[in-house]
Design a protein around this ligand. Sequence first.
Ligand code: XMP
Length: 435
Amino acid sequence: MKQDMIVILDLGSHENTTLARAIRALGVYSEIYPHDITVKELHALPNVKGIIINGGPNNVIDGIAIDVDPAIYSAGIPVIAAGHDKARCEVKLAAFSDDVEAIKENVKSFVFDTCKAEANWNMTNFVNDQIELIRRQVGDKKVLLALSGGVDSSVVAALLFKAIGDKLVCVHVNHGLMRKGESEAVIEIFKNKLNVNLVYVDATDRFLNKLANVADPEQKRKIIGGEFIRVFEEEARKLDGIDFLGQGTIYPDIVESGTKTAKMVKSHHNVGGLPDDLQFQLVEPLRQLFKDEVRACGVELGLPYEMVYRQPFPGPGLGVRCLGAITRDRLEAVREADAILQEEFRNAGLDKKVWQYFTVVPDFKSVGVRDNARSFEWPVIIRAVNTVDAMTATIEPIDWPILMKITDRILKEVKNVNRVCYDMSPKPNATIEWE
Ligand code: XMP
């Protein structure tokens, strides 16, 4: 590993991740470690140039005051404390805010003047380091990767491929709930352009048969998740000599899954609980990266812009946007309307401005007029939201002429649709998705 590192010791402050991001934004690598790390463990970490002890309101947990090992202060590495009133530290930082720019200013002098850290954290070094580490971990064994075409799995695929070439086997499961052209793009980029060993499984019929007449949203999600694992497992069993499973785990997944001091935000299951008897070892080369760094890594690896900057897309795909019991013709209406929305947002430059935008088709019809006769057809609902962390969201006000154009195209081009509505609801009270 070439990069210098500033270690953040976690005393339960919720700004730890912002602090790590700010230090990385200065070009110096930073990671968060539990408060009770020992000096021996600390010395075993590569290139530690400084330590920041960051204590927040949680540093009394369950009535017990938590603290770092006092030996840390005499470990021979510069230590600084923030929001943590310790006489042992002569130098102290002001408590941190959630503002990355303010934190950068706050820690700059400690990082560069006191710790003499070098600003050598960049994607070229990261990719080179990871290639070396992946080769060391995997040797001449094979790695299996579920490649959905989402940002994280695509970047992992490109990175693993660069490291181990044809010893990487990717499986792309098309559950029939992908957006228009999505599976084709995965095949085009990874199989045709990069020459990655890619198994394509068209499981559309299998998923849609399982989902027939199932209207309950939770039930639908369970069926899609469970079936995905079964298909992936079946494909894995057909392959010989696989020892490793690649995963697109990223740093927030690890931090949000709970540290010793932070409350658990949500538990992350990247492959949704693969059975233990598969007995793979994991390769998770993105586990140190924040989402924007994952995208930068994708750019460094030469992946197309549309793939690296694509908006979030839920695992159950269009299945949760074709409300109620999914039918093939209504699913087609969601897909076609979505493709029009994507195209028009791109034309208007809104794809770079709006966090997530999609269409929903509910399972009811309304009366309209088509070709001078009464029609009885579905509505299409447009949703466009902005958010930072998807926990809350505001709606995007779209210019009237753009909405009119999208409406006109949907009514002309999408079969069985006679109305277009715009969803005005923020989260809360609504959620971003409808199911
Ligand atoms: P909600 O509807 O909960 O969505 O406000 C928040 C964000 O999460 C996405 N989402 C999912 N992502 N698997 C995912 O990977 C899922 O099952 C899933 N459900 C919702 C949603 O698109 C939004 O960005």
